[in-house]
Design a binder for this molecule. Structure first.
Ligand SMILES: Nc1nc2c(ncn2[C@@H]2O[C@H](COP(=O)(O)OP(=O)(O)O)[C@@H](O)[C@H]2O)c(=O)[nH]1
Ligand SMILES: [Mg+2]
Length: 433
């Protein structure tokens, strides 16, 4: 028998059946249920779940005990067995009792839409603020649904729906959870107070950062993959520890920038999750450039763009350099750029397909142009080493010459950096004739 020196990977891949209940009331609500189920598929895939099937049921009202009808539960059991599913994800929120009944009947992990979203946030949160916000949202969601969950959580082990607060925490009683929530809130107010300080250290590695934002299903992850696939080898070698949602992107000039995927906006995000969601958008605050990706074939396009715009404003990121990218042009029935109100090619708006090599080349060029910023010349007193160092820090010095007792530095920098960090340099700006 062969001996192995490594441990086998015991992580079970989640394989799930996605279930949506459609009632007249749900139909009247703001979300189109078919669209919502499509989004649930995308969210499940984002969470690393293998989607085995999707099932829809129409009923007059949810069943208080089983959520779907009893007959449907049997049908779900059969589908789950046949497709080898170990998880069922429901597109609507379930009560604690419904979760327990379904777990019992289907002998599988039961997750609802909110838990799935929280699980994705838990995977993505990186800063202390993000991690605290997500745990707060998870505990607040679990608290009223708590009784009886302990057994199931310990039985089912890890995987989606169980990340974040550890199972021991979930097994403690409600009082402990309330104390934990109070404690997290205190920590959060500390973190928020220090947040500004952290932001100012954002240029930590001197790596230029570009963030993809937009609704789920717009094509952000596809773009990240397609734009950087040629660089994978390099990346594996140099950035093996890089977060999977970030990759190095090589621009036409050969310069490398860090391209980061974000969770993406979600239709009808439950109100309690908004704070946690924002905390997962922290890359946006660190980015030098935002790529706002839009699915041009979505009937909700305009509304989605407005929502993205207003959240960016609330994050204080509305003034960041931004490219607006209408993606999936192949699905827009040959609608030309004009139908999106696109301006000529020198504007900050593009119509592309993430699978079109020429479009990707155009996009890389556009990112490069947008990042290049302006070139400015500073006439600095030669003895002011501090100012010279500052100029080198905030931009790229492309030319340097001496004129009498002055040093003329030609610096390529973006407007934002110059305004935020370049304070003392302003008075040495050469006025171009
Ligand atoms: N037809 C078409 N499909 C696309 C295009 N870009 C992305 N998609 C598809 O749209 C779906 C959602 O893409 P994804 O990158 O996961 O979106 P995200 O939620 O914004 O990350 C996937 O099925 C992609 O294959 C495109 O340019 N054309
Ligand atoms: Mg994605």
């Amino acid at each position: 028998m062969r001996q192995t020196t490594y441990e086998t990977n015991t992580l079970v891949q989640d394989r799930a059946v996605l279930v949506s209940l459609i009632t007249p009331e749900i139909r009247r609500g703001s979300a189109d249920p078919e669209h919502s189920l499509q989004e649930l598929v995308n969210l499940a895939e984002t969470a690393g779940v293998d989607v085995a099937a999707t099932v829809t049921q129409h009923r007059d009202a949810p069943d208080s005990k089983w959520f779907v009808g009893k007959g449907k539960v049997e049908e779900l059991k059969a589908i789950g067995d046949e497709r080898g599913a170990n998880t069922f994800i429901f597109d609507q929120e379930l009560s604690g009792a419904q979760v327990r009944n379904l777990e019992e009947a289907l002998d599988a992990k039961i997750i609802d839409r909110t838990q799935l979203i929280l699980d994705i946030f838990a995977q993505r949160a990186k800063t202390r603020e993000g991690i605290i916000q997500v745990e707060l949202a998870q505990l607040s969601y679990l608290l009223p649904r708590l009784s009886g969950q302990g057994r199931n959580l310990s039985r089912l082990g890890g995987g989606i729906g169980t990340r974040g607060p550890g199972e021991t925490k979930l097994e403690t009683d409600r009082r402990h959870i309330r104390e934990r929530i109070a404690d997290l809130k205190r920590q959060l107010s500390d973190v928020v107070r220090h947040r500004k300080l952290h932001r100012e250290r954002r240029r930590k590695n001197g790596v230029v950062q570009v963030a993809l934002v937009g609704y789920t299903n717009a094509g952000k992850s596809t773009l990240l993959r397609e734009l950087t696939s040629a660089d994978v080898l390099v990346e594996n070698r140099l950035f093996a520890t890089l977060d999977p949602t970030s990759r190095m992107l090589t621009l036409p000039s050969g310069k490398e920038v860090l391209l980061t995927d974000t969770v993406g906006f979600i239709q009808n995000l439950p109100h309690d999750l908004v704070a946690a969601f924002r905390a997962t958008l922290e890359e946006v605050n660190e980015a030098d450039l935002l790529l706002h990706v839009i699915d041009c074939s979505s009937p909700m396009r305009e509304e989605q763009m407005r929502v993205v715009g207003s959240i960016l404003s609330e994050l204080g990121a509305a003034d960041k350099p931004q490219l607006t990218i209408f993606n999936k042009k192949d699905l827009c029935g040959g609608a030309g750029a004009a139908s999106f109100g696109l301006l000529p090619s020198d504007s900050d708006t593009m119509l592309i397909s993430a699978y079109d090599a020429e479009d990707l080349a155009r996009l890389r060029q556009k990112i490069q142009d947008k990042l290049a910023g302006d070139t400015r010349t500073f006439a600095l007193p030669a003895e002011r080493g501090d100012l010279i160092a500052l100029a080198y820090r905030i931009g790229e010095v492309v030319d340097r010459e001496t004129a009498g007792d002055k040093l003329l530095l030609k610096v390529e920098l973006n407007k934002q950096d110059f305004e935020v960090l370049g304070g003392p340099l302003h008075e040495y700006l050469e006025q171009r004739p």
